[in-house]
Design a protein. Structure first.
Length: 473
């Protein structure tokens, strides 16, 4: 969600009342209803490529597509050590309802495990859904934006019971939140081993708060990660309004915090070594970053930083730093052969050098000047890419189209940034089994899915992976 463009602001007053009436609820039970469907093999394909989308031999794996049977938007997912996958399925376009669903068989079947009270979902409304699984502790967090603040619930038993905090935020007003955690750098956590961070866009800045008690309480960190007004960074003149919209944050093994964003036209990451008390803003490439598209960041166990962004040519680029952001590799275009426009690109990392990337891509974009009226025949598909040599100068990439290209997941102009009923982002994780799992939205169902279809319809949640592909752990 973004303040300037969101049609959902009209319910802000009602949500504020909801927040004021909320209580901390302990021991909420999850539902036992089956949410849906068996998975099926995708009918897309996998290609190996390098050198800016040049095909090479040795492609590995086959696409697999799993449908949740639930509406979704801005999907995120996570996985616990026992293999359970959690996905936040939000129906933002029709009612703002959100469900947490869990799969224990790699995506084939899904079960609603949302926090319930009296048979009703405690998270009745959302303006931005978000789920996060702490990889160090397996605690599952779900947090929903309510403008004045955010409503957070967490579970340590796979969704059987939940604890809810109705005031999980920094300061009002909040937008486009991200929740993430990792080892402490300066604090002594209480009752939970990691520090949790909540960062948000308030137009005037990209700011963060933190929790040292596992999400029960939050306090301000310090200086904003980014100011909303340019001081000459990026592509903008000093004094230009650049807003506060940012991507999803991560924490390294040593407690260093990373928050990515397109800042005044440039790809930047804010890095903090003292839990957000102070930050240094680092430009990762001289290439520009397209306005409105969230960049993405990941860090491996050795501290290597991987940064993914969409540049002004509307293609995704990967850069890597091996020295805590002091220097960066040359940008590598990671789009698959034939892709001429991408959106909502996101990244995760397993073992050093092994990354997973997901994005929405098209091979029939009309190109510059990117006018909406020119996109009437443009179709978009779900892409998942893996590589085990991202630390090399010219990595070999394996990319799969998850859906059948004859049945696209979106038609028309998608982004940069917000893409119809998909909204502002998708997600990818490196699973415990070493596979890449991407969270997508099929916003092209029924009439739209037919060969001559045009109008987008629906918003079904999808999970895609590449079976038999590279192992990233």
């Amino acid at each position: 969600m973004e303040f300037a463009t969101s049609p959902r602001a009209r319910i802000a007053t009602a949500i504020t009342v909801f927040v004021s009436l909320a209580l901390v609820i302990v021991g909420l039970r999850g539902s036992t209803e089956v949410a849906a469907q068996s998975g099926r093999a995708g009918t897309g394909y996998v290609v190996a490529h390098k050198d800016g989308a040049v095909k090479v031999p040795g492609a590995k794996g086959a696409p697999r597509l799993f449908r949740l049977g639930e509406n979704a938007a801005e999907p995120t997912l996570g996985q616990t050590d026992d293999g359970d996958i959690f996905y936040t399925a939000a129906d933002i376009a029709a009612g703002n309802q959100v469900d947490i669903v869990r799969s224990r068989d790699g995506g084939r079947k899904w079960k609603d495990v949302s926090p319930k009270l009296g048979g009703r979902n405690v998270h009745a409304l959302t303006l931005d859904p978000y789920i996060y699984v702490d990889p160090w502790t397996n605690r599952v967090f779900t947090i929903d934006l309510l403008v004045a603040c955010s409503l957070l619930s967490f579970t340590d038993d796979g969704g059987k019971s939940w604890i809810t905090n109705p005031l999980a935020c920094g300061r009002p007003v909040n937008d486009h939140q991200t929740l993430f955690g990792g080892p402490p750098a300066t604090s002594t956590p209480i009752g939970y081993e990691n520090v949790m961070y909540y960062c948000w866009n308030d137009v005037a800045s990209s700011s963060c708060s933190k929790s040292i008690d596992g999400g029960l309480t939050f306090r301000p960190t310090g200086a904003p990660a980014f100011t909303g007004v340019s001081t000459g960074e990026g592509q903008s003149e000093p004094g230009s309004l650049c807003g506060g919209l940012h991507g999803h944050g991560v924490v390294g093994e040593d407690g260093t915090v990373y928050l990515p964003r397109e800042y005044c036209g440039g790809p930047f990451v804010a890095i903090s070594n003292d839990e957000g008390q102070t930050w240094r803003q680092v430009r990762v490439s001289n290439l520009p970053a397209v306005d409105g598209a969230d960049p993405s960041v990941a860090v491996d166990k050795k501290g290597n930083i991987y940064y993914l962004f969409v540049s002004e040519d509307r293609l995704p680029y990967l850069v890597v730093s091996k020295d805590d952001g002091k220097s960066w590799s040359r940008p590598v275009m990671v789009g698959a052969p034939g892709v001429n426009e991408a959106n909502l690109a996101t990244i995760d990392v397993g073992k050093p050098g092994a990354v997973a990337i997901a994005y929405m891509g098209t091979t029939n974009s009309p190109g510059a000047p990117w006018e909406r009226s020119m996109y009437t025949k443009t179709s978009w598909n779900a892409y998942v890419m893996t590589t085990t040599d991202a630390l090399t100068r010219n990595p070999k990439l394996h990319t799969g189209i998850i859906n059948d290209p004859r049945d696209p997941i979106f038609r028309g102009r998608c982004g940069p940034g917000r893409c119809g009923a998909v909204f502002d982002f998708i997600d990818v994780i490196v699973g415990k089994d070493g596979r890449a799992y991407g969270a997508f939205v099929d916003a092209c169902t029924e009439i739209c899915a037919r060969p001559r279809g045009a109008a987008n319809f629906g918003s079904e949640g999808l999970v895609g992976t590449i079976a038999g592909g590279q192992r990233l752990r």
